[in-house]
Design a protein around this ligand. Sequence first.
Ligand code: LIP
Length: 263
Amino acid sequence: MDPRPLVDIAAAIGREAGALVQRMRASAVVSFDTKSTSTDVVTAADRASEQLVRTRLSESRPGEPVLGEEEGGSVLPGLTWVVDPIDGTVNYLYGIPWYSVSIAAQLDGESIAGAVFEPATGRMWTAARGHGAFLDGSPLRVSAATDLSLSLLGYGFAYRPERRQRQAEAWAAMSTRVRDMRRAGAASLDLCSVAAGRLDAYAEHELGRWDWAAGALIAAEAGAVVRLPGTAPELGQEATFAAAPGVADAMYAALAESGFGKV
Ligand code: LIP
């Protein structure tokens, strides 16, 4: 299957859904509910975005299953669309312009096409498996970093307070191992940042498939070493990891030594 037409579909729908969430952000008080904890929010825009994406996919790819953060679903054998209607919802709620609409096509659970759209800037990140990664059509390549102590690490926190305390201890231990650290709040864009060399590495626990499905493919197609949940046992079963190849082994080992795998 040539994945490139699927990228075009994901990008077109992502751009339309992004325009919707941008209009909602600009024109209305953002109402929200909470999910797993009082800080795990979902806005009316999240729900409206996912409904639009589902409608457009049913029109362009009738009968293909969709797994979305707000309405659920399953990854089935064959092709499944994986959707995060707003990745970086807290940023969106606070008006911080670092959030995305992330849409991926997965074949038997593996991403083959992905588009991550930034509504606030209009930037479009894309990748098709085996065909490279792009930002607004320009090729992406990870950084040439080779020295862990001069690397920039992206990270994140889970929503549950008791786990955040343990994660903070691991991040504190990492802070003396790297140049610096960034917590930007949108996993899909953190993974795209690794693809663009804006981060040398990124790691986080408890991401949903919708958080990483497109961004991890973009990072991998840009040359990153990518370890998805269940494939990085030293970092914990729920860990997502991506890094420039020159620092990947050292970063992975440092995260394990810092207790990242035991939080
Ligand atoms: C978010 C991720 C972020 C993580 C947040 C949250 P959402 O996804 O993109 O990396 O730290 O806890 O999971 O909920 O905004 O789609």
